[in-house]
Design a protein around this ligand. Structure first.
Ligand SMILES: NC(=O)c1ccc[n+]([C@@H]2O[C@H](COP(=O)([O-])OP(=O)(O)OC[C@H]3O[C@@H](n4cnc5c(N)ncnc54)[C@H](OP(=O)(O)O)[C@@H]3O)[C@@H](O)[C@H]2O)c1
Length: 281
């Protein structure tokens, strides 16, 4: 007998687990998947580096959105094993639940030597410890996951470049910002919506590049934040070498999808406006 409406991914209230629920993407996913039956677990609820002990992780899930991660890129250089325990071991623990899984990954899996957008079939070659853990995390995500790579995430909560610039721009006349790294700053609300489109349309599993349209350098992003945020602060353009951070970062990490039917995200400038509006600017 044919059951037209039995696919739990496409119909009705799904039982959906979100890891890293208090992170910036985790919060956006909770909003976008709010009409599902959500089990949203923070770091405190489930440290994914260990198997789950929380009762709420019992039973079966129709979908798991794995947004928990070690995201301290510089910190991973001095503690690569700590970062791997979360980004590789943690992803394996989440995949072991056996449910359809979206694992989030990063533009930092690429070395940044290209000068045109990275597509899914490009060969990764991470420069940093963080990038290596994210790449190994992709491989640890089980047999048939959606691996969603995105870039330069920001939203109204948590630690991110937009919030940092809003704070510094209100305190100072000038900030020094790197102008030799180019990427696509992606608003977490737009990424969460595109993720929902991916799973609701039941698009094929595998790697998907989901990042904002357009690209810029960090300095250009800072200027846009000050302009749209109404802050009177100059940007002094500096090089990555001048900033001297511990972790190497790709000079170019713009992501685009080469896959048919890939969900399209709005331009980064639109994402910035949406975020500033949420923050009351
Ligand atoms: N941020 C970016 O620019 C960026 C770019 C590309 C891809 N990504 C990827 O996108 C995903 C979401 O990132 P995000 O920006 O939302 O990061 P985020 O704001 O740092 O959120 C990550 C969350 O994971 C939690 N977490 C850390 N270690 C954990 C552990 N052992 N067990 C359970 N939870 C743990 C953190 O909790 P605590 O704060 O309490 O530690 C935090 O709430 C990650 O996979 C990240 O690698 C991020």
């Amino acid at each position: 007998m044919e059951h037209e409406h039995t696919d739990p991914l496409r119909t009705g209230r799904r039982r959906v687990l979100i890891t890293g629920a208090h992170g910036q993407l985790g919060r956006a996913l909770q909003e976008v998947f709010a009409d599902d039956d959500l089990v949203a677990l923070s770091h405190e609820d489930w440290d994914v580096a260990s198997p789950p002990r929380d009762d709420r992780v019992r039973g079966t899930f129709d979908l798991v959105l794995h947004s928990a991660a070690w995201t301290d890129v510089d910190g991973a250089e001095s503690d690569p094993q700590g970062a791997a325990a979360v980004n590789v071991g943690g992803t394996a623990n989440v995949a072991a639940l056996g449910a359809p899984l979206v694992a989030f990954s990063s533009d930092y899996v690429f070395d940044g030597r290209k000068r045109e957008p990275y597509v899914e079939s490009d060969a990764p070659n991470p420069l940093s410890a963080y990038g290596r853990t994210k790449l190994h995390g992709e491989a640890a995500a089980g047999d048939d996951p959606w691996v969603v790579r995105s870039s330069w995430l920001y939203g109204p909560t948590g630690h991110n470049f937009v919030r940092t610039m809003l704070r510094l721009g209100a305190e100072r006349d000038e900030v020094a910002v790197v102008d030799d790294q180019r990427g696509s700053p992606t608003y977490v609300g737009h990424l969460a919506t595109a993720t929902r489109e991916l799973v609701d349309s039941d698009l094929a599993r595998g790697v998907w590049h989901l990042a904002a349209d357009g690209d810029c350098t960090w300095a250009e992003l800072a200027e846009a934040i000050f302009e749209d945020g109404g802050l009177d602060c100059r940007v002094r353009r500096i090089s990555t070498a001048e900033l001297g951070r511990p972790a190497p970062r790709p000079a170019y990490s713009v992501l685009r999808s080469e896959r048919p039917a890939a969900p399209a995200l709005p331009h980064w400038r639109e994402g910035l406006r949406a975020c500033l509006e949420e923050l009351g600017h």
